[in-house]
Write a new protein. Structure first.
Length: 635
């Protein structure tokens, strides 16, 4: 950059000098040059007829006034330039033409500036490792897989339903009248039979099949009724007996005559009577006692008509608010709103304690999903959706609902089509010492670097210890706004000490810049805010009290499997004393700090290796003892 500035000064100086010389001598130089051409080539074409030359206008032309003008030549040219169309166009173009705007995202001078600066800056400090730096303007499209989350919520809904009882009959002939059949009755006792006679049933014998001397013959007729409601007619149409008869139903005597003598000498035929008042639900028994002297008989003709009872089938009809379905809901409460009553169903009386209920149900609403703002940002960037994966399933086991889903996207980004590799050892030799003697390996120098570094570790352990919280190396979260042009970038890596181009940066950004230059900052990541037209990019860091603290934190967290948290809310905490004791300092690479450590050692008073190691051990033991005492005091 300094060489470019010198070159610019040199060029500007020569331009000013040329202007002065040109103003005085341009006329003479031009005239002398023309005369030399005329003297050298003037004779060519002397014998040619000028009228045969295309475009020849003779010798009397307006431009002849410039010949022999000499000093007045420049003034005449200036006067002519005021009205010359070409000169007017050039002059106006320089003042009226819109200024050229540089697009920092496309212009080759700036497009790769930030990326190259960021990647190569670390090499200028450590001279270790290699970096691939993008070159050229050609780009290729690559894809990153990124993810965000969406969260499901299901609210509980309460609604009410009316539940109405409806009863119908399974049998289509319910309510019709039919006669009892003989098979509905069972008979017992001597010399009795049963048979259907039209709508009647005949029980007993028509002939004198009984003999005796005032002997009693007992017969029974048993049958069962579902309910008295099914009986339409139940009566004895007529009956015949010889000599005596007694008829009873369910223990109730329905026919009997006063006894006079055993032999009455005739057969009696009697009209019937109604038995329905003596019936009962369930089992019923008709008892017939026939007393016979000599020969005798007894029979009855029964007329029994019944109504076919409804074979009841219950059905509940629901009417719910908002046409909701109660089957997918949970019943919370129920109350009867249409109480006990009797209803006639196809001729059958049906009694229920309740015919209608008001019931309250609860159910979970359809899931509502809310996506992270990052999901919207990924879509706006043109990322394509790939898949989703449920990472927190519904505890109720509903496969259609997920409490938390991870959404995966494929995001395109442009990358330089060509890279070059630059390594730290290709830049300069440390301390400017590039001789073969300097490049010789000296183990004692390495031991001294380690000893000095270890003593510095012990020093910062004591100076940075928080006695109240028993922790060390606590950092602070800082972030900066990233501009596209490097000379206005509040996230720049260098130049903060000279305050070049940082007047618009905040105090936190300036503090972060100084910390980055000093090697005290750990980069967390970047994030963007705003829409496509007003996009802002921020870089997040944790800054620590010293470069050494930052090195211990970075590699120590790796040993403890601890991270730095999210980009927008980094975890910049330090280590507790317990965590510090578990660290293996032999596995921490302090090479980045060695040059700083060695710069603090005077070359004239460099201590011996053994002396440095002994001092280091003594210092460490003293500090560890001090830390243990502090811990005891705080328990």
């Amino acid at each position: 950059m300094r060489a470019i500035k010198i070159l610019l000064v040199f060029i500007m100086g020569n331009i000013l000098l040329m202007k002065n010389v040109m103003s005085d001598n341009i006329t003479n130089i031009g005239k002398e040059y023309a005369d030399s051409l005329n003297s050298k080539y003037g004779g060519i074409g002397a014998d040619t007829d000028p009228n045969t030359v295309p475009g020849y206008k003779g010798t009397d032309v307006p431009e002849s006034k410039y010949y022999e003008s000499r000093a007045n030549f420049e003034n005449l040219a200036k006067d002519d330039a005021q009205n010359n169309e070409t000169n007017i166009y050039v002059r106006d173009a320089s003042t009226k033409r819109p200024p050229v705007k540089i697009d920092p995202t496309k212009d080759p001078l700036f497009k790769r500036y930030d990326e190259i600066t960021e990647k190569s800056h670390s090499l200028s400090e450590t001279y270790q490792g290699c970096k691939k730096l993008p070159v050229g303007t050609a780009e290729v499209t690559k894809y990153d897989k990124k993810s965000c989350f969406e969260y499901g919520r299901r609210d509980q809904i309460t609604f009410y339903c009316d539940r109405k009882l409806e009863i119908n009959c399974r049998n289509n002939n319910a309510g019709t009248y039919v006669p009892f059949g003989a098979d509905a009755f069972n008979v017992s006792g001597p010399a009795w039979a049963k048979r259907d006679r039209g709508t009647n049933i005949h029980f007993g014998a028509d002939t004198n099949d009984r003999r005796g001397n005032c002997t009693q013959f007992t017969n029974t007729i048993t049958f069962s009724l579902r309910s008295l409601e099914e009986v339409i007619e139940f009566r004895i149409e007529n009956f015949v007996f010889d000599d005596w008869i007694t008829i009873s139903l369910n223990g109730n005597t329905v026919y009997s005559e006063p006894f006079t003598r055993c032999e009455r000498g005739q057969v009696f035929s009697k009209p019937g009577f109604d038995l329905k008042p003596y019936l009962r639900p369930g089992n019923n028994v008709i008892t017939v006692v026939n007393t016979v002297s000599g020969g005798g008989r007894a029979w009855i003709n029964l007329k029994a008509i019944k109504k076919i009872i409804c074979d009841q089938r219950e059905n509940f009809v629901y009417s719910c608010e908002g046409q909701r379905n109660h089957r997918n809901a949970t019943l919370a409460s129920s109350s009867c709103i249409e109480g006990a009553g009797t209803r006639n169903i196809s001729g059958t009386s049906v009694v229920r304690d309740c015919w209608r209920w008001r019931e309250r149900f609860t159910e979970l609403a359809l899931p509502v999903y809310t996506k992270d703002p990052l999901c919207t940002e990924l879509v706006q960037k043109g990322c394509g959706f790939i898949s989703n994966n449920c990472v927190d399933e519904d505890p109720g086991g509903d496969p259609s609902y997920c409490k938390k889903r991870e959404l995966s996207y494929s995001c395109p980004y442009l990358e330089a089509a060509r890279f070059v590799e630059i390594c730290g050892d290709q830049l300069v030799c440390p301390d400017g010492e590039c001789t073969k003697e300097y490049q010789k390996y000296d183990p004692s120098t390495e031991d001294l670097k380690k000893a000095v570094t270890a003593m510095e570790v012990a020093k910062i352990l004591s100076t940075e210890l928080n006695r109240d919280k028993l922790s060390v190396f606590k950092g602070a979260n800082k972030e900066c706004k990233q501009h596209m042009l490097g000379f206005k970038n509040c996230c720049k890596d260098s130049g903060w000490g000279m305050s070049i181009g940082i007047s618009d940066c905040s105090s936190d950004e300036k503090e972060l810049g100084m910390a980055r230059e000093a090697g005290r900052a750990h980069y967390i990541g970047s994030y963007k805010t705003g829409n496509v037209l007003n996009r802002r990019t921020y870089q997040a860091y944790c800054i620590y009290p010293s470069k050494l603290a930052r090195i211990i934190i970075e590699q120590g967290k790796s040993q403890l499997s601890k991270g730095f948290g999210e980009v927008k809310s980094p975890d910049c905490s330090g280590f507790t004393l317990t965590e510090l004791e578990t660290l293996d300092f032999d596995k921490i690479n302090f090479s980045e700090f060695y040059n700083d450590a060695m710069s603090k050692v005077s070359n004239d008073n460099t201590p011996g290796v053994d002396q440095s190691v002994a001092k280091f051990k003594t210092t460490i033991e003293h500090k560890l003892k001090e830390l243990k005492e502090i811990r005891k005091e705080n328990r």
